[in-house]
Design a binder for this molecule. Structure first.
Ligand code: FES
Ligand code: FES
Length: 174
């Protein structure tokens, strides 16, 4: 057993005793009831289980949870798909996913949402040129598998959010 404390969606959890082999996915879903994080392949191949990890320097990245031990996240600050809506209002990304009918079964959606959010935050820190945007989005979403093949719609939804606030996410053109 290991004693674990972490911050999830801005709220502190722990200290709590967890088995050393407990996966982060089981911690979230089974112990904390946060079922928005999915379990797909269970082999770090599809990223449907991806969450956001926040670094102290303000950067963020996604991490699979299916084969990651929960103890790896001790002391970390993470966000799950439950973090996106605020005060009952969907985030711009969530709304764009709906507007584009980006998902069907929705199994991969929380992973795509978290990855899209990390991309938005990265672009807000380091904007890219408009010409580089399509490849930037493709690179960011690469690795997320959608068994319902919603790839283009996810891509379009992320692009819409970026273009709707282009002064924030794109390098200004003269
Ligand atoms: S369920 Fe974790 S990568 Fe597929
Ligand atoms: S919407 Fe079904 S797996 Fe992506």
């Amino acid at each position: 057993m290991t004693t674990l404390s972490l911050t999830i969606n801005g709220r502190k959890h722990g200290p709590m005793d967890v088995r050393d082999d407990l996966s982060m996915n089981d911690l979230l879903r089974e112990m904390l009831g946060m079922t928005g994080t999915k379990f797909g392949c269970g082999a770090a191949q599809c990223l449907s289980c991806a969450i956001i990890v926040d670094e102290p320097d303000g950067s963020s990245y996604t991490s699979p949870t299916c084969i990651a031990p929960a103890v790896n996240f001790d002391g970390k600050s993470i966000r799950t798909v439950e973090s996106h809506a605020r005060d009952g209002q969907l985030s711009a990304l969530q709304q764009a996913f709906i507007d584009h009918f980006a998902f069907q079964c929705g199994y991969c959606t929380s992973g795509f949402l978290n990855e899209g959010q990390v991309l938005l935050e990265r672009l807000a820190r380091t904007p890219v040129a408009r010409e580089a945007l399509e490849q930037t989005i493709a690179d960011a979403l690469d690795g997320h598998l959608c068994r319902c093949t919603g790839y283009i719609k996810y891509h379009e939804a992320v692009r819409d959010v970026i273009l709707a606030d282009s002064s924030r996410y794109l390098v200004a053109t003269k």
